[in-house]
Design a protein around this ligand. Structure first.
Ligand code: SAH
Length: 354
């Protein structure tokens, strides 16, 4: 079975024409899906609905559980049509609500501090499966297409977006498209561990979003200790690709830097990081490592984070410490799914073939 949410408006026009239906049906379907409706709920004639249901999943992404934190953060566990589980988070800020979406089931990048990669990558998500996470959450929060309750997106759930390039690109086109959720690219952050060829390719697509790179180290040697991808690409290559993105889009880029006690959080690291980034149109997001049960690394203390921040800003680098939201509900990447799998999630994927 296929995923109807994968289709762009123009692909839906083609599909509707093939079914011998009037063109306005395509718009109805597109809007309905963007509102988070199942195929059964689409306001289309019964004959068209049955044709769609014969080929496409009724509800490819279901909200299976919701966990709420006192700070307003909500964490979602989604079930895919083949039984796989992915997770997402909705964080409330003064300027709107930011949803964190997943792009793959699991991840194969192997970062030592991250829970998403513990079992490797099980499969890529399709464009429609990424989109359906947003549509489902917006609906659940009482949002519509005109009054969205999801205003910002970060591609920081499980998965490496650039390891699923084509589907992520199709998703970005559909989620920013007029007539649908129409989320502005400027309100979307895509985080990559630094796949340089895809970063360069993405610069050519002309999508002016917030390109975010997980740096987490100030030298290649240090980076290789926690991020296997550093064996393939150097920090210098990453910085060049970022410069290329800035040149093409005019958007400054962002570095994620998780402060890990005894690893990358000392003043010598701050100084090196500042030297590395000086004069570049970038921002540094510091976050104290969210401790993951399966990993031995410790997050730096709040005082350490503030001292690191001060060292960067004193050196003229734009930086902030990101509030860690929803830590009590397993806010970090892959934590919820990992916890769920450890309890009774042995059923994940268990519906395959049944
Ligand atoms: N694969 C992409 C996006 C997903 S992770 C990437 O690597 O950028 C989103 C961010 O959370 C990344 O910066 C990632 O390095 C970071 N992250 C992963 N585990 C973390 C943890 N335990 N604590 C803090 N940040 C973490």
């Amino acid at each position: 079975m296929k995923v109807l949410q994968d289709l762009s408006m123009s692909a839906l026009c083609g599909l509707v024409a093939e079914c011998g239906e009037k063109p306005f049906r395509a718009k109805q379907i597109f809007e309905g899906l963007m509102q988070g409706k199942t195929l059964l709920e689409l306001p289309v004639p019964a004959a068209l609905r049955s044709r769609l249901l014969a080929e496409y999943e009724n509800e490819p992404v279901k909200i299976k559980e919701v966990f709420s934190s006192p700070d307003g953060t909500e964490k979602f566990l989604f079930e895919l049509h083949d039984g796989h589980l992915i997770e997402g988070v909705l964080m409330r800020y003064r300027y709107g609500n930011t949803q964190c979406v997943s792009t793959q089931v699991g991840c194969r990048m192997g970062c030592k501090f991250c829970a998403s990669t513990l079992n490797g990558r099980l499969r890529d998500l399709t464009a429609g499966e990424i989109l359906a996470q947003v549509a489902a959450v917006n609906r659940r929060e009482g949002g519509s297409l005109k009054e969205r309750r999801v205003t910002n997106l970060v591609l920081m759930g499980s998965g490496e977006p650039f390891d699923n390039y084509d589907n992520v690109l199709a998703f970005l086109k559909n989620v920013t498209a007029e007539g649908g959720l129409h989320i502005s690219a400027r309100n979307i952050s895509l985080s990559t561990c630094g796949l340089v060829p895809e970063m360069r390719r993405f610069a050519e697509e002309g999508i002016p979003l917030n390109l975010t790179v997980s740096l987490h180290a100030s030298t290649d040697e240090e980076r290789r200790r926690t991020m296997p991808i550093a064996n393939r690409f150097t920090i210098a290559e990453i910085l060049d690709a970022c410069a290329c993105y800035f040149e093409k889009t005019g958007r400054r880029y962002i570095f994620e830097y998780a402060l890990i006690d005894g690893e990358n959080a000392d003043m010598v690291h701050a100084k090196r990081l500042a030297d590395l980034l000086k004069g570049r149109p970038c921002h540094v997001n510091l976050i104290r490592l969210n401790e993951v049960k399966e990993r031995s690394m410790r997050g730096a203390s709040e005082e350490n984070a503030q001292a690191f921040l001060k060292a960067l800003t004193d050196a003229g680098i734009s930086a902030t410490v990101r509030r860690s939201m929803g830590a009590d509900i397993g806010g970090a990447c892959g934590q919820l799914r990992a916890k769920y799998l450890a309890s009774d999630g042995s059923s994940e994927g268990g519906r395959n073939g049944s």
